[in-house]
Design a protein around this ligand. Structure first.
Ligand SMILES: C=C(O[C@@H]1C=C(C(=O)O)C=C[C@H]1O)C(=O)O
Length: 360
């Protein structure tokens, strides 16, 4: 038997009332949590990434549908964002301008209730977090097609900031036209260098004769179309919406699984969540077998590495530091032993942070 529309809507109204009451009840509890934090700590830390990751993981695990687990977790992401804002309004700096993928990553990680602050360069994001002008920063660190974002790795060498989270974002790029673009007269395509590289094959095949002009961000590329008639831009949805541009061709990235990983940087250490990663900066005296000596303790303790990168040390030519990401938290006994072994061997280790693996 099918129920009438009115009856079904009455049931939805009743449930909405309950949901609304429950959400407000949850917010009141979060408010009380804030009071406990203030009472117990002279410098209270309101944002707790490990707790948020646990809440979101549990929501995904116990979800029965028909709403899919990802969507359910995203809804709760926003609920927690609003609850946290009641404890403390948060300011998060990102590699701007408005409309960048880094802003999208910031919102994916913290939800919409944070104030996001655009900054012009990766080292400015580091500086503003160090200075305490914002609570956290978000910077890109690697792309699945184009590799490392070297500015970010190099910034960690001179900074004591801690990584307290990671975000992965599927990146789609669109070829865009502005209000004055004469599509048959296009001589230039603007985009960020990384984006041009991620769309290289498509551009070679479809627009080989058009000049590719690298600008500071995709959002800046999109902004330029406001008053140009012979240019197009490549950018993502956020920039397209912000500058109200027409998509000429969607999803022109060469790899359909094109993904960028971003890091959340802050001034605080993050306790274990149970599903964590640790990022390390390791340097040792150059000698035959250095790299294999550095890696052996991880193998001996059965710790999985998720990334290994080398960068010039900037101390002497052809000497290198290694960025290592591994599974586990620095408070885990096995990882502590690995770090002790490496230090006892005369290497220098800087723990850039232990943080929950991305849940969303
Ligand atoms: C409520 C808390 O504070 C914040 C808000 C959370 C939430 O709304 O669930 C979770 C972690 C914190 O970022 C808490 O620490 O439990």
């Amino acid at each position: 038997m099918t129920e009438s529309l009115d009856k079904l809507r009455d049931q939805i109204d009743a449930l909405d009332q309950q949901l609304q009451d429950l959400l407000n009840h949850r917010a009141e509890l979060a408010h009380q949590v804030a009071e406990v934090k203030r009472r117990e700590d002279a410098e209270p830390v309101f944002y707790r990434p490990e707790r948020e990751a646990q809440v979101l993981s549990r929501i995904k695990e116990r979800n029965k549908g028909p709403i899919d687990a990802e969507s359910m977790a995203r809804l709760f992401r926003e609920v927690m964002s609003v609850c946290l804002a009641l404890e403390q309004p948060m300011r998060v700096a990102f590699l701007g301008p408005e409309g960048t993928f880094t802003q999208q990553a910031a919102i994916k990680h913290f939800g919409h209730a944070v104030e996001s602050v655009p900054l012009g360069a990766i080292d400015e994001v580091f500086r503003e977090v160090e200075a305490g002008a914002v609570h956290f920063g978000v910077v890109p660190v690697e792309n699945s097609t184009e590799g490392m974002v070297n500015h970010t790795l190099d910034s960690f060498m001179n900074s004591d900031l801690k990584i307290c989270g990671e975000v992965e974002l599927r990146i789609h790029h669109h070829l865009l036209a502005g209000p004055h673009t004469r599509r048959d007269k296009v001589t230039r395509i603007y985009s960020h260098q990384q984006t041009l590289a991620q769309c290289r094959q498509w551009l070679d095949a479809h627009m080989p004769a058009v000049e590719r002009v690298a600008v500071s961000s995709n959002a800046e590329a999109a902004r330029r179309l406001k008053d140009e008639w012979n240019a197009m831009a490549i950018a993502g949805d956020m920039a397209r919406e912000l500058y109200d541009l027409e998509p000429v061709q969607r999803n022109i990235e060469d790899r359909p699984d094109n993904t960028t990983r971003f890091l959340i940087i802050g001034r605080q250490d993050t306790p274990p969540s149970g599903r964590d990663k640790t990022s390390l900066l390791i340097s040792g005296k150059n000698r035959p077998g250095l790299l294999s000596d550095l890696l052996r303790p991880f193998r001996d303790k059965g710790i999985n590495l998720t990334r290994l990168e080398s960068r010039p040390s900037r101390i002497a030519n052809w000497s290198y530091v290694f960025f290592v990401d591994c599974e586990g938290h620095k408070a885990d006994a096995t990882l502590t032993e690995v770090l002790e072994t490496l230090e006892a061997d005369g290497n220098t280790i800087k723990v850039l942070g232990s943080y929950p693996k991305a849940v969303l």
